[in-house]
Design a protein around this ligand. Sequence first.
Ligand code: FNR
Length: 366
Amino acid sequence: MASEPVLSLAELENIALDRVNKITREYWTNGAGDNSTVQENKVAFNRYRIRPRALRNVQNIDMSTSVLGQRVSLPIGIAPSGWHKMANPVGEAGTARAAKALGTMVAVSMGTAMGSTPADVCSPEEVKSAGGSAVKFFQLYVFRNREYTRQLLRRVENAGYGAVMLTVDTAHVGRRISEIRNRPNMPHFLRTISFGSQLQKENPDSADFTIDASLEWNEIIPWLRRNTKMQIWLKGILSGDDAELAVKHKVDGLIVSNHGGRQLDACIASVDALPEVVRAVRGAVPVHMDGGIRKGSDVFRALALGAAYVWIGRPALWGLAYDGERGVELVLKILQEELKICMGLAGCSSTKQINASFLVQARDAM
Ligand code: FNR
């Protein structure tokens, strides 16, 4: 524990990244190509400036909202990311307890189910029992071995998950230079960037455990419907056209995301794609977003552009590395405090009041 209080995620990032080894630091930090999408996700927020309103009784600030029909006390959850034990031995279970303590949600990465040992990862069941009502979303990649996916859906549904979050931006794994360079020295579960490598090793006779790049709307959504009662959400939608298709296929919710800049190089910033997706959906399903959220004012701006809820990826990993589940709680508490002050100063006493009239588009990003 550091003796100085940590007051912002920028400070926490520096401290946390100093504490982990080079391989972990680069695995968390870097994105595809020259990292332009990682940068753009953050810079894009500064193109939207907040125009406050005055004298609107902001004595009490209500940050609560609802997700999957459940009341959550703040509009910020923890996005799915793999291998939390690289940060701290409490792993995904610790992250889930932190989300529960703050009355919000965590989405659980499919990495939790990928055949590694308990030393590497907490199982989906373990995370669910640690986080209870904070653990509803299970993130999914569909492997070419469809039977594996079918069994996995049954497994997580039985464990009490209520929604599958299908990641649709990873038909191929983005070209992350540092991961390619570091691969020989990476922990075994990361040594190849084919997600199913561990399963492949354990099941050399069975069909392919790499991500199925042939998925199409007309096949995969009905297939998921036939094979699970859980809600179906899509993570990685960035265009109005795809948002319309998702509504047409009766998907239950969308997450506007570019995978934290780790997939398509030179991709549009998540926050820039958000208004188009929100317009296309016309209120039919909830729209969430992730990518580059580092301050309460980022959360405010995402909500003003139409997101019902936002998710944070890397900051949770920094929190874990800093101080286990208390560090993740700290991340959420900093964002909570910043959002509360931002809402109060902008003139919004509840998340329901936050809308596009509070934003102006600046000519130049800082
Ligand atoms: C991720 N992300 C991710 N997404 C997903 O659908 N499945 C996964 O297993 C992972 N794993 C993962 C690992 C690491 C180290 C990172 C940094 C990210 C992407 C994640 O869910 C989210 O979309 C981004 O992290 C959001 O951007 P920020 O908040 O990190 O800027």
